[in-house]
Write a protein that binds this ligand. Structure first.
Ligand SMILES: Cc1cc2nc3c(=O)[nH]c(=O)nc-3n(C[C@H](O)[C@H](O)[C@H](O)COP(=O)(O)OP(=O)(O)OC[C@H]3O[C@@H](n4cnc5c(N)ncnc54)[C@H](O)[C@@H]3O)c2cc1C
Length: 206
């Protein structure tokens, strides 16, 4: 980042010259504590996506106004992580991804779309979906997929993640027939079986 004189401030900068900041408030920090400067969007190098930039802009604007009025800076909602790549088939990720999860604490449910009914009818029966669940709580942790209609599956799953749903609660939701979401249900059922087995014997699942 050049041209706005960050090097002339006392802001704490990371190795790439980006200010340290609190994602919940968007407030930056200087060497002697919280700074009156707020950061939003791609400039923060945090989550370079449009809906996140819009959220950060609103949070930064509201908190800067609060600070100017002598009020407290407040943390605000950060949404469940979601990412979509518009390839064919699409690639999508919900949550932080398998690599960010603690080994031994989660189970994985899986479905291949090769034999999934609606995907076959649409001639889009290519792809794989992994869903992850926390063994201790039964909660949904996230998903990774290369799948037909992945943009829609990812949205459904990100809503479940943000609502802190368990796999059992997700399986209580309706699944119409014949739809691609029936493939998701297969993966959730697979995960449910694995979670119950891991909970019953106290062993670690993958
Ligand atoms: C090729 C590409 C594909 C993308 N695809 C997606 C996608 O599919 N989904 C998604 O969610 N996000 C996508 N993004 C990311 C998304 O576009 C950004 O996260 C978002 O636009 C960030 O918003 P922003 O306001 O922080 O920055 P920007 O939208 O970049 O706005 C910054 C503005 O500041 C202006 N500016 C810069 N320097 C100065 C200056 N010194 N003085 C005055 N004005 C200045 C710029 O000209 C620009 O208009 C994509 C980005 C790229 C590049």
């Amino acid at each position: 980042m050049t041209g706005i004189g960050l090097d002339k401030t006392t802001l704490k900068l990371d190795a790439k010259g980006v200010p340290s900041f609190d994602p919940a408030t968007t407030r930056t920090a200087s060497a002697d504590g919280p700074s009156p400067i707020f950061i939003a969007g791609d400039a923060s190098n945090f989550i370079p996506l449009l809906h996140e930039a819009a959220d950060e802009g609103r949070i930064a604007g509201e908190n800067a106004a609060r600070l100017a009025l002598g009020k407290q800076v407040n943390p605000d909602l950060r949404r469940a992580p979601i990412g979509v790549v518009f390839t064919d088939p699409q690639i999508a990720i919900v949550g932080g991804g398998f690599h960010s999860m603690k080994p031994g604490t989660l189970a994985t449910g899986q479905v291949s779309f090769e034999d999934q009914g609606r995907s076959r009818i649409l001639l889009k029966n290519k792809g794989l979906l992994n869903v992850y669940g926390d063994i201790a709580s039964g909660r949904f942790l996230g998903a990774e997929m290369l799948a037909p209609a992945a943009e829609h599956l990812a949205h459904l799953l990100s809503w479940a993640l943000q609502n802190k749903m368990t796999i059992a609660q997700m399986l209580e939701m309706p699944f119409y027939h014949p739809v691609i979401e029936e493939g998701l249900r297969t993966a959730l059922r697979d995960l449910d079986v694995k979670l119950r087995a891991a909970q019953a014997n106290g062993s670690k699942a993958a």
